[in-house]
Design a protein around this ligand. Sequence first.
Ligand SMILES: [Zn+2]
Length: 389
Amino acid sequence: MGQPDAACYASFWGGFATLPQNYAPHAAQVTQALGTERGEAVMFLDDGSIYLNGKIVFVSLQRFRHKVCSGKVCFLCADENSEPTKEHVIPDWILRKYSLYNQSVTLTNGTRYKYKDYVVPCCWNCNQFLSKNFEKPISEVFEKGFEELKSYLISGEATRVFCWLALIFIKMHYKDNFLRMERDKRIVCGSIANDLEYDWGEMHHAYCLARSFFCDASIDYKALGSLGIFRIKLDSKEREQFDVGDITFSNTFGIRIGEVGLIACFGDGGAVLYKLNQLFLQKLHGPLNFPQFRELIAQFACCNLHLKNPPRLSTLTDKILGTVSIVCTKRDPEPIFYEFKPEILGSLMTTLLYSLMKNNVNIPDFEMRLKQGEVSFLFGNDGNFLNNE
Ligand SMILES: [Zn+2]
């Protein structure tokens, strides 16, 4: 059995447990300009964006919706003068490491798309920036395995990793602006993002996090959200050691790379981790297999959907100092959750697991029971963790 959390799990930003005074109300993106004007490098653009020291440090929701999501500008700098080339949605080092170029990702509409073509518009400078600040340092730590990554997070690099996850999450959804809902060209349809009615207001915070290194923003760690790292069981029979699962409407994202699984909720102020720690995370005392990791993504997403009082998240710009900060403010001392609805978990579990597991399980009425939230790969009927070591 061993220590409950040492072997496979570490948590960050269970903010409510230790810092409830910093918790805050309903999610809304607010921009304020502080200080008196010195005037040299600050410009307020017509769409509410803020230009400071040669770059757009705050991309307003309007600009995000109409300029960035239309693909006319580089998705990172959002500058009209940018000359976008291409940036892989799933980082190039991951595609190389697991020979994924000719494999396919499953899109939100259930269709498949080749990883090698899964790219977004990004200018050369921004591409280099992302490589230097995210892909290079993070890939080097991943190369060294789970323990090294855990130490990396604990040593103060959790913000970098969290913003990197926000970046991939945003790129995946942003790309859906340019992919047809229906592959059959004879069918009249819009983009996946349009037809599934993505809420860009809800995703704007993750976008701001993804850009935070680019605009040198300081981030209140509670403005990040929940992050868990889990050890994944390596299985020689596996087709690939890479997996990605996201739940659009609950701002939840999970990625598995080798023996490391990371799950993030964006903008919940740490509420999800706080709650799941109380419920069961400490019981996970062994490495997770594929369906267990996917179930955990569903649990994070489900918990976020049940959160009644998410925090208020703001981007503040100080014109004098030329700084940007992303902060989280308080409404209630404790997170409050709606009464648990098992069918919500069931619906998320079905999305993440049904088609991949239907031929691999021996569970009567699997589809129906999965939908009703009655199937668990993590815990047995006695509530104990199903250790697969
Ligand atoms: Zn750019």
